[in-house]
Design a protein. Sequence first.
Length: 368
Amino acid sequence: MKNRFRRLLLPLAVLCSFALVAAACGDDDDDSGEEETTTAEETTTAEEEEMADTEEEMEEETGGEAAAGDITSVEGSVNISGSSTVEPVSAKVAELAEDAGSAIQVTVDGPGTGDGFAVFCEGETDISDASRAIKEEEAATCEENGINYVELKIAFDGIAVLTNPANADVTCLTFEQIYALMGPEAEGTVSNWSDADATLPNASFDISAPGPESGTYDSFIEIVLEGQAEENGIEEEPFIRQDFSGNADDNVLIQGITGSESSFGWVGFAFAEANADVVKVIEVDEGEGCIVPTIDTIADGSYPVARDLFIYVNTDKAAENEALTAYVDFYLGDAYNEAVTQAFGDAGGYVTLPEDIFAETVAAWEGR
């Protein structure tokens, strides 16, 4: 927006200057002409200062460069990898950029947060999508390889606990019940739901859940299982049973959930919402009663299995690649609300950040 106003205002200033100078030159009196010329110069200077003030005010109103998101003025490419949860948001930003007339080529894939950081910290990608914060060992790898980055929080997400719609007897699970089903002590001993709790169905317990390469796997362990494990005297990882084959691809997990009438698993809330016609969301009770994940319960913090979503941007590459800078400007500017809330189109998306937290994200990007 700032550039558009500059293009309109500067030609007007030039025309005004020419008009004033021409009027001065048309006077036959030398002394009067000199006086008029001085007045024209002063007027031009005053108008230029006024234009500068106007541009500054407009920049402040639009939130600066990060909000302006002038995505159409540059060409180039942006390479993104990481979380399958954040992938739809980054892909939506690329789609909106293309709709706005951008020529930037954006590639986005979602092998998982851990796999994303692995290639990011080798300098192979520009942005790493993440459904958890970077781990100490991952940050150390980035540092060893000279990869400088900025962490940008972009949204909130809930983790939806799922089963098959045919599993009518399971409607709500406590943290204790989930731990009994998925904690390390369950390995090799819990093959039926009722093995963990006699009040649960006497039916096979078929797990379709994320694997270690997924940020959703890590977040679920940290939020739901780790505290229960410590209460049981388990102080070292793994805090989860290891006798199931996880997968970082949410589409594969949904297939697993639909493939067994007594399945169990978890995915990001938005992905569950996008597949609400084929899966059943289980309410979760942390001790305050059964809560179903919704946009409202995630936003107000009442749903207990929620987390932050991030993008990590290579700042050295941003300094060299105008396309990368323009893409992130657009991400945090014109595209933000739609990309986050409609990451899955009409099926919905994630929870946007409150104004104060979003301001911190923008400040982090601008201060890189």
